[in-house]
Design a binder for this molecule. Structure first.
Ligand code: UT7
Length: 324
C-alpha cells in the first residue's frame, strides 16, 4: 500500500511577555533603528520564569489538534523539534505525549536547530509513508531566551521564544502534485561549519547549558546561498516553476535573508509570510508559527502550494513543499 501525509491542522503558542527593541536598548548598547534596519525585528515573546519548551509545545499541539478536529487519543507519533529541551533527557516529546494523553506510540525530539521543524516534518512524513503511523503531531518549540548571553548585543536582540505545530494524517495513495499532501522534503547538513553557530556548553563537553555563539555575517552569507539551492531543488524535483508556488513560508531569522530568497524566486512580498518583526528568530518554532498565522487569517487556503525552507546551526538546511 502507498500512502502520503496531509497537513490537517495548525496550532501555535506564544508566551505572554513581549519585549521590545527599546527595552533591550536599556540593557545592551543597541538601538531600535539598528535592529529594525539589519533584521526587521521589532519585538519578541519571552517565556515566563518556569515556563518551559514542553509547556509551549503542549499548548501549540493542543491548538493544532483542535484546529484539525482530531482527538488527542488518535495521535500515534509525537515529534518535537527543539534545541532547547526541558531536560537533557528524556525527550521533551515524551513529556508532551503524556500531557496530550496519547501514550504508546513513538515520541522523540529532533535536533536540527533552526531547520528542526523541516527535519521533523520529513521524519514524520517518512513514518507515515512507511505505513508505521496514521496520525502525527509535529511541533517546533523553543525557549532560546534561556541560552542567550544577555550581555552580547550581537546575538541577544535576534531571538525569541514560541511554539508551532501541525497535525499530519495518512491518506491512501501517492497522490500527484495537484493532491493535498507533503509533495517533497529535502534535507542537508554540513558539520564543517560548526563554529559559525553553536552553543558553548552541553552535558558531555562542559556540563553547563552554555550560550549561543554566532558569527552573524558568515551565517548570513551561507544562508543566502544554501536557501537559494534548496528551494530550487524542491521546485525542480517536483517539475514545477517558481510561478507555481502560492506561498513562501520561510524560517524567520532576518527580513533581509527572507527578501533575498523571495527575490531569487521572483516572488512578490505579498506571497511571503513574514512574522520576524513580532516573533524574532524562534528557531525550530518559526515556520509552524508563521504557517499557523497565515492559515488561520485565511491567507493560505486549502489546495494552495506552500514552500517551507530553513537554515540553521550545524549547518543544517532544508525545504518542504506542501499542497495544503
Ligand atoms: O537562524 C539561524 C540562522 N541565523 C541567521 O540567519 C542570522 C544571520 N545573520 C544575520 O542576520 C546578520 O548577520 C546579523 C543581523 C546577525 C548582523 O547583521 P550584519 O549586517 O551582518 O552586521 P555585522 O555583524 O556586520 O555588524 C555590523 C556592526 C558591527 O560594528 P562594527 O564592527 O562595524 O563597528 C557590530 O558590532 O554592527 C554592530 N552590531 C550592533 N550594533 C548595534 C552588532 N550587533 C549590534 C546591535 N546593535 N545589536
Amino acid at each position: 500500500m502507498v500512502y502520503r501525509s496531509v497537513i490537517v491542522g495548525c496550532g501555535a503558542y506564544l508566551p505572554q511577555k513581549v519585549v521590545t527593541n527599546a527595552e533591550l536598548a536599556a540593557r545592551v548598547e543597541t538601538t531600535d533603528d539598528w535592529i529594525v534596519e539589519r533584521t526587521g525585528i521589532r519585538s519578541r515573546h519571552i517565556a515566563a520564569d518556569g515556563e518551559t519548551t514542553g509547556d509551549l509545545a503542549t499548548h501549540a499541539a493542543l491548538d493544532a489538534l483542535r484546529h484539525a478536529g482530531v482527538d488527542p487519543s488518535e495521535v500515534d507519533l509525537v515529534i518535537v523539534a527543539t534545541a532547547t529541551p526541558d531536560n537533557t533527557f528524556p525527550a521533551t516529546a515524551a513529556k508532551v505525549q503524556a500531557r496530550l494523553g496519547c501514550p504508546g506510540g513513538p515520541a522523540f525530539d529532533v535536533q536540527a536547530v533552526c531547520s528542526g521543524f523541516v527535519y521533523a516534518l520529513a521524519v514524520a512524513d517518512n513514518f507515515i509513508k512507511a505505513g508505521q503511523v496514521r496520525t502525527a503531531v509535529v511541533i517546533g518549540a523553543e525557549t532560546f531566551s534561556r541560552i542567550l548571553d544577555w550581555s552580547d548585543r550581537t546575538t541577544c536582540v535576534l531571538f525569541g521564544d514560541g511554539a508551532g505545530a501541525v497535525v499530519l494524517r495518512r491518506e491512501d495513495g501517492a497522490g500527484t502534485n495537484a493532491d493535498r499532501g507533503i509533495l517533497s522534503t529535502h534535507l542537508h547538513s554540513d558539520g564543517r561549519q560548526h563554529d559559525l553557530l553553536y552553543v558553548d556548553g552541553g552535558p558531555s563537553s562542559t556540563q553547563t547549558v552554555g550560550h549561543l555563539r554566532m558569527t552573524g555575517k558568515e551565517v548570513f552569507r551561507h544562508a543566502v546561498v544554501n536557501l537559494a539551492q534548496v528551494v530550487e531543488e524542491a521546485i525542480v524535483a517536483n517539475g514545477l516553476t517558481p510561478a507555481d508556488i502560492d506561498w513562501l513560508v520561510p524560517h524567520q531569522a532576518n527580513k533581509r535573508i527572507i527578501d533575498g530568497t523571495a527575490r531569487k524566486l521572483q516572488m512578490s512580498t505579498d506571497r511571503v509570510v513574514v512574522t520576524v518583526e513580532r516573533h524574532a528568530n524562534t528557531s525550530a518554532a518559526s515556520i509552524p508559527l508563521a504557517l499557523n498565522e497565515a492559515v488561520k487569517d485565511g491567507r493560505i487556503r486549502p489546495g494552495q502550494l506552500v514552500l517551507l525552507e530553513a537554515m540553521g546551526g550545524g549547518f543544517t538546511w532544508g525545504s518542504a513543499l506542501v499542497r495544503m
